[in-house]
Design a protein. Structure first.
Length: 135
C-alpha cells in the first residue's frame, strides 16, 4: 500500500515539492554560511519524494548547534513552510481520495519546522528495534 500511495504522491505533488526544496538547497549552498540548511533542505527533498513508509526520529547526537540552527530556521523559513504544508494538507483532506496525501503533508510539518537534528528512517526497521512510531 505504501508503494501505491508514494506513486500517487510523487505524481501529484511530491516531485514539485522535492524540486522546490532542492532549489532552496542550491541557494543555501551558494551562500556558503547556510550550507547546513542546504543539507537539511536536501534531506527534506528526499523525504518529500517518498514519504509513506518512512518517519522522522531525533538524532541522538544532535546538540546545541541543532537547537540554534532550528531556531534560526523557524524564524526565517520554517513557519512559512509549515503553514504551506498545513493549508495544503487541509485542502487535500477535503476530498476522500486526498486524505492520505493531506496526512502526508501534515507529516512534513515537523521536518519543515525543525530540519536539523532529525533523521529519516524506514518505519518497519524502526519498529523492529522496538521504538514506537507515530504515523
Amino acid at each position: 500500500m505504501h508503494t501505491v500511495l508514494n506513486i500517487i504522491w510523487l505524481v501529484l505533488c511530491g516531485l514539485w515539492l522535492a524540486i522546490l526544496y532542492t532549489l532552496a538547497a542550491i541557494l543555501c549552498f551558494i551562500l556558503i554560511i547556510t550550507i547546513p540548511f542546504g543539507i537539511a533542505a536536501l534531506r527534506m527533498a528526499n523525504y518529500t519524494l517518498w514519504p509513506f513508509g518512512r518517519t522522522l526520529v531525533p538524532r541522538p547526537d544532535a546538540g546545541a548547534g541543532s537547537l540554534i540552527g532550528n531556531t534560526l530556521w523557524i524564524i526565517v523559513a520554517g513557519w512559512w513552510l509549515a503553514l504551506g504544508h498545513l493549508t495544503t494538507g487541509i485542502a487535500l483532506c477535503l476530498t476522500i481520495i486526498g486524505i492520505p496525501l493531506g496526512l502526508a503533508n501534515f507529516k512534513l510539518i515537523p521536518v519543515s519546522l525543525m530540519p536539523l537534528g532529525m533523521q529519516i528512517v524506514d518505519v518497519d526497521e524502526y519498529e523492529e528495534r522496538g521504538a514506537p512510531v507515530l504515523r
